[in-house]
Write a protein that binds this ligand. Structure first.
Ligand SMILES: *Cc1c(COP(=O)(O)O)cnc(C)c1O
Length: 421
């Protein structure tokens, strides 16, 4: 459930009409709901209430400072995948011991940054990375807490670009090699293994792949303990999917996920960490855009809108579906017609939907892309010198711009000319 609902014929974000925000900030823009973000965090927190646990919000889904502050205030830690994200977590006031550092390509500089600023653990993804982190920690005279991300070789049954738990993917260390790798870590004075990490993909709509992966993690926990390692923490990654299409079957709920985790891993007594991103932010955000032209093509009508693939790349990149709804509520039973909904960028890939049934729309009408809160604003670019679109946060009947639209001048002034020109 989210807090983007029609009320008196208009689409609202909580208690604010989206049309009012559009009038104040211009289109296109992203809009997030505080109540929805909070609700999603709490759903996970309650689902894991029976176990010692920590929810490390995967900020790569939506990393605005205001969202991070909100998450931290609810008790979230953070999962970061770059030095920049680490800096964002610290800037939002998150203490180092609540920040988990993930990612396949951590650099020495990023390791130093996290070791000096404090880190809960590094999730290691390869043996070369292990050697480098050991060396960096020894140089600094510290011991780095680590887990190894194991690749359980399960099929997450999700889009190929976001599946990460098959042996052919670049992520983690094959689970079959884990005992050897932990034995090696035990010999490294700069590293201390504290647990095991697994993350098999994103937008999972079925619990079965999780069940298979976590069963392997439970077995590995026993094996590593028998080998003398002190496994106290299990990081289960993120990945729980969201319903992008309202009328389709719903993915599992956090409650069902939590019950499964308890069943398979509860007996280990380990602290459970999870790293949800999409499920927290996805349905907590919309992108609002205005129709610029309605163009009659041959055999099809195009809605040309002011949002484009640089603002929301998911349809172009993952063939993703977003529900697109008019901001003015259609009359019940109103007739619909098919539209191709496209942006102004000079690429055929700049298509949000083909032959989508909508009520008739005209230039100047507003539409909202649902489920755009995760992997939306964070993946946007200024391709075609289209300014990054603003982000707005709603809280009850208030709203605030939490990232403003840059001016053309600000964009151009980021370039610098060489001296010889
Ligand atoms: C992307 C990612 C997540 C978050 O995935 P969601 O599908 O957004 O929940 C969590 N952990 C790691 C290591 C990731 O790469």
């Amino acid at each position: 459930m989210d807090h983007f609902l029609y009320r008196d014929g208009a689409l609202y974000a909580e208690d604010v009409p989206l049309a009012e925000i559009a009038a104040a900030v211009g289109t296109p823009f992203y809009c997030y709901s505080t109540a929805t973000l909070t609700r999603h965090f709490k759903a996970f927190d309650e689902a894991l209430a029976g176990m010692d646990h920590m929810i490390c919000y995967a900020m790569k889904a939506a990393s605005n400072q205001a969202i991070l502050r909100l998450m931290a205030s609810l008790g979230a830690g953070m999962d970061v995948v770059s030095g920049g994200e680490y800096a964002r977590a610290k800037a939002a006031g998150v203490p180092g011991d609540r920040i988990v550092f993930s990612g396949v390509g951590k650099t020495r500089d990023e390791m130093r940054m996290a070791l000096s600023g404090g880190v809960r653990q590094f999730n290691l993804e390869s043996e070369p990375e292990m050697e480098v982190l050991n060396a960096v920690a020894l140089e600094m005279g510290v011991v780095a807490p680590v887990t190894v991300r194991v690749n359980p070789d399960v099929d997450a049954k999700t889009h190929a670009k976001i599946a990460t738990g098959k042996s052919e993917n670049k992520f983690g260390i094959p689970i079959t090699r884990a005992r050897e790798v932990y034995a090696r870590i035990a010999e490294m004075p700069g590293l201390k293994a504290v647990g095991i990490d697994v993350h098999i993909g994103s937008q999972l709509t079925d619990l079965e792949p999780y069940r298979q992966a976590f069963t392997k993690v439970a077995e590995l926990t026993e094996a590593l303990r028998a080998d003398g390692h002190d496994i106290i923490r299990l990081d289960l990654g993120g990945g729980l999917g969201i319903p992008y299409e309202r009328n389709n079957t719903a993915p599992p709920l956090p409650k069902e996920y939590g019950a499964m985790v308890q069943e398979i891993l509860g007996h280990t007594g380990c602290e459970i960490e999870i790293e949800p991103g999409r499920l927290i932010a996805g349905n907590a955000g919309v992108m609002v855009s205005e129709v610029i032209y309605v163009k009659q093509g041959e055999g099809r009508d195009f809605l040309i809108i002011d949002g484009a693939m640089n603002d929301l790349i998911r349809p172009a990149m993952y063939d993703a579906h977003h529900d697109i709804v008019p901001v003015v509520e259609p009359a019940p039973g109103a007739e619909q017609q098919p539209y191709d909904i496209v942006g102004p960028v000079c690429e055929s890939g700049d298509t949000f939907a083909k032959q989508r049934m909508m009520v008739p729309l005209a230039a100047g009408d507003l539409v909202a892309f649902r489920s755009a809160g995760a992997y939306g604003a964070v993946m946007s670019s200024e391709y075609n010198t289209r300014p990054l679109i603003p982000e707005v946060l709603v809280h009850g009947d208030q709203f605030a711009v939490i990232r403003k639209r840059p001016s053309f001048e600000e964009i151009i002034n980021r370039d610098t000319l060489p001296e010889w020109m």
